[in-house]
Write a protein that binds this ligand. Structure first.
Ligand code: CU
Length: 108
């Protein structure tokens, strides 16, 4: 019975310690949709012409929508790849979990 009381507290602590906004861009073309409801890493840096692959390693369906482009639904275990030809900063989001899942692709 008492264990139930501890759960909300743990969740609150995790939320505080985790989600550091505006993370340093990571040079990679692989982004995991990891457990639970996160892009990992969320901010990446690639060369122009690179193809970025998002792989869903979570137990829930997510999507990848680069701003101004179509939305891609990605089931658990599936992936989607998008090629970035033009330099620039591209924000992307999971349209199912906008508050938790967003990131940026910086194309050099
Ligand atoms: Cu999602």
């Amino acid at each position: 019975m008492r264990r139930l009381l501890a759960l909300p507290l743990l969740a609150a602590l995790a939320a505080c310690g985790g989600a550091a906004e505006a993370s340093e861009p990571v040079p990679t073309t692989e982004v995991a949709m990891a457990e639970s409801y996160v892009f990992e890493p969320d901010t990446i840096e690639v060369e122009a012409g690179a193809t970025v692959t998002w792989r869903n390693e979570d137990r829930f369906t997510h999507t990848v929508q680069v701003e101004g482009q179509e939305d891609h639904e990605v089931e658990p275990g599936e992936s989607v790849s998008i090629t970035f030809d033009e330099p620039g900063t591209y924000a992307y989001v999971c349209t199912l979990h906008r508050k938790d899942m967003e990131g940026e692709v910086i194309v050099r």
